[in-house]
Each structure stands twice: as C-alpha cells, then as structure tokens.
Design a protein around this ligand. Structure first.
Ligand code: S3P
Length: 458
C-alpha cells in the first residue's frame, strides 16, 4: 500500500499480443452537458451511462450545490444513472438555482468550470468556481471576455480561477472565436439561453457539437451552418456558425443513454494499431462525426478500422474494430488537431511505430490542457528512446522507434498517463508511470482493462 503522500506508480509490462472486446466509460463531454442542460429543462431528465470519473462527479456536485436534485436511477447497462430534477423555480433566481454555500469545486475539470460559468452568468445567483492546481493554471480569459461582451459580471485571478460569477441580465452577441474550443462555444451557448436577443458563434474550425445536438433535442431554437468534418490528413480548415435565438418555449427534458467515450476508446485503438496483427473491438462507443477524426488518422497511417453504426439518435454510437498493420508517418494540421484534440497524445504514441516523421502542427492548444501535453509526451517518449522535435505549436516524432522501458511522468494528466502506458506495451522492458492515479478523472479502470487486453490477468 502506498502512503497518501506518495504518488501512485503503475508499471506496464511489454506485451506480445493485444486482442479483445471491451467497453469504455460513458462520454465525459456528453455527460457534463446532459446534466447541466437537464438542470434547465421543464421537468425531470433521465441520464444513464454516466462515467464514474472525477470530472463528471465535479459537475454533479456543482449542480447539487446550486439546488438541482440528482438522484440515482437504475443504470440501463454500464455506468451510472441519474434523474435530474431542476431546482424549484423561486421567481427570485433565474433558472431556479439556489445560491451555493461555498465555492463550487470543479477539481481538474475545465469543462465543469467553463460550462458552469456560462450557465451562471445569466442566472440570478452568485458563485465562486475553483479547482485544483492544474485548473487554476488554465486560461479562463477565453470565456471571461465573450461572456463580458454579453454583459456578464465575472471576476478572476488575472484571467485564471478562482472565478466569481455574479449572475445578471445578458444580451445576445455575435462572437468570432479566436481559438477552436467546444468549451468556449458551450459556455457562450449556455449564457445565450438566458440572454435577450440572438447569440451567434463563428468557430475557426468545427469542434464537438454535443451542446448543439442536446439543445436541438430539447427544442431550443438553434441553427447550425457547418462544413463537413475534416477528412483525415487533409488539414482542411472549416467554418462553423451556430445561431441561438431566445425562445419562450421551455426546454424539454432529456432521456439519454450516454455512449462510451471515444476519447477513452482511442487508447485501445492506438494500442491495437501499433503492431501488425494486434486487434481490439470497442462496443457501444460514441460515433459523433465531430469526435471520430482520430479513426481517420489511424486509417491514414495504415491501420485497419471497421466501424459499425448501431444507433443514431441524439448521439450516434456503435462498435469500432482496429487491427494493426505496418504504419507510416502522416502530417496532421490544425483542423485535424481541433477535431481530435484529446486523441493527439495517443496519436503521438502511435507515431513512434510508424515509418517516417509524423508531423503535428497547429497544436498550441495542447499546451493548455490539464498539463502541457506536447512537453509531457516529448519528455516521456525521449526517456523511452524516441527522437522527437518539439515546437511551440507542434511536435514531430521520428519512427519507427525501438522503445525501451523507462520511468516516465504523467505530470498529473490522465491522457498523458494513458498514452505513455500504451507506448509502454511495445517497449523492450517495463515502463513505470509516475502519478498514474490521475487516470481516475476520466477512466478509473484503465490499468485493470489494460492488463485484461494484454492477457496479463483476467
Ligand atoms: C471538451 C472540449 C475540449 C477537450 C476537453 C473536453 C468539451 O476542450 O479538450 O477534454 O467537453 O467541450 P477545449 O474546448 O478547450 O478545446
């Protein structure tokens, strides 16, 4: 047993084979949004398939502090189910929220903080949003500025958390976003729901559209003019305009089963892609086209990817099988990065096994995630014997590399821990990951499932 003050270490043994069928936790992005939007509906929503990770728990706790009732329902399959009962409307606080007794702890979750800030900006309550050391370092000016243009009252620690939101009346505005960010887009849309006049948003590249899909399903007056999602390897920029008009119709409650998180599934797809003959099938995984660019990138590198769509209601889902073949390097540009932003660490791990130099550009946003993901992957892979060139907005990986096991750090970032663990499967000795317990923010069972698909233990 490790002492509480000692970071948890996980050791990944090299493997000769990967095979299996598995399911992954529910999609974090969809879960946050379904819970938050459920709190605005005209009745109770039922959300099942919720992930057990700490990020979504932070959103649940935040909503409870605002007087929203969230009570367990039977899970309908895997994950966790909740009935969301909006707080009774007092007539004194828009959306019916209660003033929380203390700061809302968003923990490690940028989505929780940015979406709750948008939600509360147009309410009639005040709240402080805070988080852990990583979240306190992350940029919040990107939501503060557009929300202030709508009239929001927001104070911060020089553009960082803690944020103090004092709910007030808002006006809709036209926003041209300088960075592609679904969190910023969603914060503005949540504020736009409470604003007078239309809110429009132009994105530099299309980003995940879960907020738009859920709002549409709930009957909001929302229009989207979108270009199709970028094709793998093309680096083609796009445009995406979203218009939300105030509606006097109440939002309909949701009845939603959250599909498996394709960003968590990406680690298994990456693992299978790394060696000819390795294979994995992930069932019940979300296949929203704004989230599946990583599958196209793996295919462009030479992996075999088979997708079977099972259902396409609010959020499409199905199964994905990836079979490894000899891989070759690709070039990845800004549109691909925006469309696969959370999968880039896994892609960097895969690139170590591709022939040639895989070059990723337009990825400055990766330095602003739970950790600096370009630096974290570069450091870990160099320790494992890969030649890597780092740039302010990108990285190049020279492959194929004969990886050797090493001690590497997650820097407290769940996706770095999982990407380096996957790289460790192809190394010549054991890889020890420091601070590996951070996987709990999105995927508490990750290391157990890793041992299962490598046949190390059932
Ligand atoms: C998310 C959007 C992305 C992503 C994050 C979840 C979301 O962040 O990296 O893990 O749920 O909207 P940005 O919007 O900052 O790119």
């Amino acid at each position: 047993m490790l002492g509480a003050e000692i970071d948890q270490l996980e050791t990944v043994a090299p493997t000769t084979h990967i095979a299996g069928t598995l399911r992954v936790p529910g999609d974090k992005s969809i879960a946050h949004r379904a819970l938050i939007l459920g709190a605005l509906a005209d009745g109770d929503s039922i959300i099942t398939g919720l992930p057990e990770g700490q990020d979504v728990r932070a959103t649940v706790a935040g909503l409870r502090s605002l007087g929203v009732r969230l009570s367990p329902v039977s899970p309908r399959g895997s994950g966790w189910g909740l009935r969301v009962s909006p707080a009774p409307s007092s007539g004194q606080s828009g959306w019916g929220f209660a003033t929380p007794h203390g700061p809302l702890d968003c923990a490690n979750s940028g989505t929780t903080m940015r979406l709750l800030a948008g939600l509360l900006a147009g309410s009639r309550v005040s709240a402080t949003l805070d988080g852990d050391a990583s979240l306190r370092r992350r940029p919040m000016a990107r939501i503060i500025e557009p929300l202030r243009r709508m009239g929001a009252r927001l104070d911060s620690n020089d553009g960082r958390a803690p944020l103090i939101v004092t709910g007030t009346a808002l006006q809709g505005r036209h926003h041209v976003l300088p960075v592609a960010s679904a969190q910023v887009k969603s914060a503005i849309l949540l504020a736009g729901l409470a604003a007078s006049g239309p809110t429009t948003i132009v994105e530099p590249e299309p980003t995940r559209d879960h907020t738009e899909r859920l709002l549409t399903a709930m009957g909001a007056d929302l229009r989207v003019n979108s270009f199709p999602p970028p094709l793998a390897g093309e680096g083609r920029g796009g445009g995406h305009t979203i218009e939300l008009r105030p509606s006097h119709r109440p939002l309909r409650p949701l009845d939603l089963g959250v599909p498996g998180d394709v960003s968590s599934a990406a680690f298994w797809m990456a693992a299978a892609a790394m060696r000819p003959g390795w294979s994995v099938t992930i069932q019940g995984v979300g296949l929203n086209p704004t989230r599946t660019a990583f599958l196209g990138l793996l295919e462009a590198m030479g992996a075999e990817v088979v997708v079977e769509l099972a259902s396409a209601e609010i959020e499409p889902l199905g199964s994905v099988t990836v079979v490894g073949h000899q891989l070759h390097a690709i070039e990845v540009g800004p549109a691909d990065v925006a469309a696969a932003v959370d999968e880039i660490p896994a892609l960097i791990a895969v690139a170590t096994q591709a022939v040639g130099v895989t070059r990723i550009d337009g990825a400055a946003e990766l330095r602003l995630k739970e950790s600096d993901r370009i630096a974290g992957m570069a450091d870990g892979l160099r320790r494992m014997g890969t030649a890597v060139d780092e740039r302010p907005d990108g990285i190049s990986v020279h492959g194929p590399a004969a990886l050797r096991g090493a001690t590497v750090s997650s820097n407290g970032d769940h996706r770095i821990a999982m990407a380096l663990a996957i790289a460790g499967l192809t190394a010549s000795g054991p890889t020890t990951i420091e601070d590996a317990d951070c996987v709990a923010v999105s995927y508490p069972d990750f290391f157990t499932q890793l041992r299962a698909i490598t046949g190390e233990e059932a």
